[in-house]
Design a protein around this ligand. Structure first.
Ligand SMILES: NC(=O)c1ccc[n+]([C@@H]2O[C@H](COP(=O)([O-])OP(=O)(O)OC[C@H]3O[C@@H](n4cnc5c(N)ncnc54)[C@H](OP(=O)(O)O)[C@@H]3O)[C@@H](O)[C@H]2O)c1
Length: 323
């Protein structure tokens, strides 16, 4: 295979597709560190509204400042995109990418920083020469209103490639350089030797908490006080462990049940993003979370009745909500 001549990531500007909470967080931290990124808004009207606002009002450590981050939209793109950080919700990724596909360089570096699984493979299929990486973060950010952003909780970000690419020179150095170039203070991005396991564990935790927070209409911590929800959590985890075993992804998952309960405790006051999406009439990430899990199980000839029931129920609530 031909060796790529991708430029050093540190010398390139990151374009950020998905100017929401996480995309805005990376862009604001970059701007405050004196680095340039470019936010890609959905369309001309959202770009105009952003410009009218004068930037993003970014709050961190109880201090707010207006940051005027360079921005564009698919119709206004002029420069080719060599480095793309994708921070849309999972189900929005392919549509968002389609609108900018002619500007993305064939050998671009693309980092998917989002929850859910199954999207990276589709992106790689559409951009076969690109270096497609996945990242998972426990940073917390939310938008109290349009163009306002709060960095609500500090966390960690891990990045890696499910399969280390063979078409680039020194892929592990390349990964280290990419992680460094996305580590805008105070954000810190670290290379994971096993991103697949990181993403799988995150998926499992999301499968156990997010749909149940929707079905029981409660904050994460309230699940711990509901006997029915506690039984459902235990069953969801058991089913995921059975599937993990079949997929040989069960290394170091013995504490999964315990960890789900710890995450629910640590985020007790949070309304999960899935519940927030339902309450705002938005599409949820259920298809990339529990949907992905159930599709994988079906391919293995396994059925996950509890997860399937949660999937059906969230789909039903979501359709009812959005009609
Ligand atoms: N927020 C957190 O604390 C957090 C923490 C860990 C992981 N995550 C994960 O990170 C990912 C992003 O979450 P988020 O909270 O940042 O979501 P978000 O605030 O909804 O941001 C998504 C952004 O993508 C934009 N978008 C959607 N379709 C688009 C299109 N076709 N073209 C261009 N832009 C488009 C949305 O634009 P509009 O505003 O116009 O809809 C929105 O600005 C999710 O997978 C989430 O689960 C989030």
């Amino acid at each position: 295979m031909q060796k790529s001549t991708v430029s050093s990531p540190s010398t390139q500007v990151w374009s950020i597709l998905g100017a929401g909470a996480i995309g805005g967080l990376w862009a604001c931290c970059a701007q405050r560190s004196g680095c340039t990124t470019e936010l890609i808004f959905r369309d001309q009207s959202s770009l105009a509204a952003y410009r009218e606002h004068g930037g993003i009002a970014f709050t961190a450590n109880e201090q707010t400042e207006l940051l005027n981050i360079p921005a564009c939209c698919p119709q206004a793109l002029v420069q080719p995109i060599q480095q793309l950080l994708i921070t849309t919700k999972a189900q929005q990724t392919l549509t968002a990418l389609h609108a900018i596909k002619d500007h993305v360089q064939p050998d671009a570096i693309m980092v998917l920083l989002q929850n859910g699984l199954g999207i990276a493979e589709q992106v790689q299929a559409q951009f076969p020469q690109a270096l497609v990486l996945q990242a998972s973060t426990t940073e917390g950010a939310y938008r109290p209103k349009p163009f306002s952003l709060v960095h609500a909780g500090r966390g960690q970000t891990l990045i890696g490639a499910a399969v280390l690419p063979t078409n680039i020179k020194d892929p592990s150095q390349q990964l280290t350089d990419i992680a460094k170039s996305l580590s805008y203070a105070p954000l810190s991005v670290t290379v994971s030797e096993n991103i697949e396991a990181v993403l799988w564990r995150k998926l499992a935790i999301n499968c156990a908490i997010n749909p149940l927070s929707v079905i029981h209409r409660c904050r994460n911590g309230e699940l711990l006080n509901k006997p029915e929800a506690m039984t459902q959590i235990a069953t969801v985890v058991d089913e995921i462990l059975a599937l993990s075993k079949a997929l040989h992804l069960d290394d170091n998952l013995a504490d999964l049940h315990q960890q789900v309960l710890e995450v629910a405790r640590a985020t007790a006051n949070n309304r999960s993003s899935m519940l927030q999406d339902i309450e705002s009439g938005r599409e949820t990430e259920i298809e990339a979370i529990t949907g992905h899990l159930c599709r994988l199980a079906a391919k293995q000839g396994l059925s996950l009745p509890c997860n399937q029931q949660l999937l059906d129920e969230v789909r039903r609530i979501s359709t009812q909500n959005r009609s």
